[in-house]
Design a protein around this ligand. Structure first.
Ligand code: PLP
Length: 381
């Protein structure tokens, strides 16, 4: 038998998957480990996709997506990302992960270095490695309010560094970058001839403050913004995301998609179009639930004296448990208290001692899950 690909064999699956697999053995477990809205997709979106399929939207589309969806995205990006956007600057992808993978593939070659946040979404390292490039983690530390430190990042740049990935609102931290920091990051990458890949998939899910998109400061430079329908509209299974990038990069996306997925599923693209063009109160209603869950989680954590980061956006809360080996910690917690959480160390070295709880579950599960975590830590003392 021919040898399997060493590159792909060596990719490490995230610790979240491991917890999910183990949690499936406990039917009574409370699930706060996954980053997925606890809602089904709003009815008008599903209806629109159904109708589109009946109307014949069942064939291939252009590699970069349906022109009607790119038009709608151009309008939405102009509004939400704060700079006039044209359809030629947009590629519809298979989820935000498709926009991330395509972006990395488009701008990075074998053995190039890509700076990724620590703690940060585990898939960043996986995607960079799958592209035969090298992830280099930059720390997000308490001293700097868990935000990127421009000087520290600049000091980490090498001749091989090609791209910098940033994520605001952050998974897992819930931090939201201030306007000035976003601008400085765009300027840094411009000054040092790097690509900036700004993952903004949670940009509509804000508890406080406002989203500052890197797109506002780009002026045609080396910037790719990653967006998605998954979190905003509870559409994780439809697999639609998008990239905003200069037109020459969108042409590269077309080739990458041609070589991998052809295009995002056509009825899903019609669903995404309906999501953008339809009423937006569904987004507000879901956000109101996450906001309430955040209040409940913070109330229990405060009462029980646990340290956490007050999330400003996304739908997670990052809680300090003080145990280095959080992989073992979350498995023990699951076995003894039947609550599944994401281990901090799966997000990078800086995540040791922390766990991530999803606020996208129902409120009773959030209250009970946090209470059981606090009980477990209390039992241990
Ligand atoms: N970026 C971040 C930070 C995420 O947390 C996720 C999903 O968890 C994604 C991107 C991609 O999501 P999707 O591929 O479903 O759009």
């Amino acid at each position: 038998m021919a040898l399997p690909s060493l590159l792909i064999s060596s990719l490490e699956q995230s610790g979240i998957r491991r917890v999910m697999t183990r949690a499936a053995e406990f039917p009574d477990a409370i699930h706060l480990e996954v980053g997925e809205p606890g809602f089904v997709t709003p009815r008008h979106i599903t209806d629109a996709a159904h109708q589109a399929a009946l109307d014949g939207f069942t064939g291939y589309t252009a590699d970069v997506g349906l022109s009607s969806l790119r038009d709608a995205l151009a309008q939405a990006a102009t509004f939400y990302h704060g700079d006039e956007t044209f359809p030629e600057e947009i590629c519809v992808t298979v989820g935000g992960i498709g926009a991330l993978f395509g972006g990395i593939r488009a701008v990075v070659d074998t053995d190039d270095e890509v700076l990724i946040p620590d703690p940060g979404w585990p898939n960043y390292a996986m995607v960079v490695e799958a592209a035969a490039a090298r992830p280099v983690r930059y720390p997000l530390r308490a001293e700097n309010h868990y935000l990127p430190d421009i000087d520290e990042i600049e000091a980490m740049l090498s001749e091989r560094t090609h791209a910098l990935i940033i994520n605001s609102p952050s998974n897992p931290l819930g931090t939201v970058f201030p306007e000035r920091l976003m601008q400085e990051l765009v300027e840094l990458t411009r000054r040092r001839d790097l690509w900036l890949i700004s993952d903004e998939v949670y940009h509509r899910l804000l508890f406080e403050g406002e989203h500052n998109s890197a797109w506002r400061f780009h002026s045609g430079g080396r910037l790719i913004v990653v967006g998605s329908f998954s979190k905003t509209y509870a559409m994780t299974g439809w697999r639609v995301g998008y990239a905003l990038a200069p037109p020459p990069v969108i042409e590269l996306y077309a080739k990458i998609q041609e070589a991998t997925v052809s295009n995002a599923a056509t009825p899903s693209q019609k669903a995404a179009e309906a999501a953008l063009l339809g009423p937006q109160d569904c987004v507000q209603a879901m956000l109101a639930t996450y906001t309430r869950n955040r209040e409940v989680a913070m109330e229990v954590l405060d009462q029980r004296g646990l340290e956490y980061l007050r999330p400003q956006g996304a739908f997670y809360i990052w809680v300090h448990v003080g145990r280095e080996d959080t992989n073992t910690f979350v498995l023990e917690l699951l076995e003894q208290k039947r609550v599944a959480l994401a281990p901090g160390s799966t997000f990078g070295q800086e995540g040791r001692g922390w766990v991530r709880l999803s606020l996208a579950a129902n409120v009773d599960d959030v209250r009970e899950g946090v209470t059981r975590l606090a009980d477990f830590l209390g039992d241990e003392d």
